[in-house]
Design a protein around this ligand. Structure first.
Ligand code: ATP
Ligand code: MG
Length: 272
């Protein structure tokens, strides 16, 4: 007789999925505080330049005011789009994804926080093909890793974001390196464990302390057939590297030659 009861393995997989979802919502909730503040700053800029424009009738001042209003409004648009992207639960399916774009979108959400804690962000993005990813989930990984990095540098430091393409394994590597506290050798094997945290609770920006960030990262990267690894030196900093497979163009036949888009040279046939 067939048994419809889920097996313990299926139950575990389903619980793991629910936890990843819950972690995404928690991360979203935490971002609301930061981004609302940031949004308010942008609104202040718009209001102030609108007042300047109204008070001053000369063309030069008005042009400058419009210019500032425009820049601020564009920034506001980017912030809303990034938050909505995460909230909207974009398509939960694997699609060709530009990692650099996703990283930049995620950075917009944390930009203010990085400035506040005097963290200087450097990007080194090499040319890389699109990866096979569920965009929303990889964004969750990026936000978790960057938040951890920021929290490891309470009095400022350097955050290096590096993207490189490894043609030999057909994968894209992203390294997130901080100049923070580092992780003691004996703690390293535990950091990906669910509920393992050395933080006392949420920090003043309302983030951290549950110990689910890295376990969610690992679950997501595993589901993408990727790898996550860490290198750390106490007092010097930590580097997390995620390796994700390049999106393979589906072929209409068994011939494994990618079909380039019409009119687009093969080397530019990247999905942005
Ligand atoms: N970049 C880092 N530098 C130093 N320690 C780190 C770093 N990233 C993670 N850790 C260590 O690994 C632990 C687990 O990280 P994880 O993100 O899973 O949990 P958390 O940040 O404590 O809480 P949250 O669930 O809010 O993410 C952290 O408590 C910290 O001790
Ligand atoms: Mg964390």
């Amino acid at each position: 007789m067939p048994n419809d009861e889920p097996t313990p393995e299926q139950q575990l997989a389903s619980l793991q999925q629910q936890l990843v979802q819950a972690q995404r919502l928690a991360a979203l909730g935490e971002l609301v505080g930061t981004t609302t503040h940031e949004f308010n700053n942008v609104l202040m800029t718009i209001l102030n330049y609108a007042k300047i424009g109204l008070r001053n009738k000369d063309e030069a001042t008005r042009d400058k005011a419009f210019d500032r209003i425009m820049t601020a409004a564009q920034r506001a648009e980017k912030i809303t789009n990034s938050v909505l992207g995460l909230a909207r639960n974009r398509k939960e399916e694997f699609a060709p994804t530009n990692l650099a774009t996703l990283l930049q979108e995620s950075l917009i959400l944390l930009e203010r926080e990085m400035q506040k804690y005097r963290v200087a962000v450097h990007c080194e993005f090499a040319e890389a093909p699109p990866i096979r990813a569920i965009g929303n989930q990889i964004q969750q990984v990026l936000l978790n890793l960057m938040t951890n990095a920021r929290q490891a540098m309470p009095s400022g430091g350097q955050l290096l974001l590096k993207i490189s393409h490894d043609p030999s394994t057909n994968s894209v590597d992203l390294t997130i390196r901080d100049s923070g506290s580092g992780i003691p050798r004996e703690q390293l094997p535990k950091i990906f464990d669910r509920f393992y945290s050395t933080k006392e609770g949420p920090d003043e920006s309302g983030k951290g302390g549950t110990g689910v960030g890295l376990s969610a990262c690992k679950d997501i990267v595993d589901a993408h057939q990727g790898r996550i690894r860490v290198e750390s030196t106490v007092g010097k900093g930590t580097a997390f590297t995620i390796r994700l497979p390049v999106f393979e163009q589906p072929t209409t036949s068994q011939v494994s030659i990618p079909i380039p888009k019409l009119g687009v040279p093969a080397e530019h046939a990247q999905v942005k």
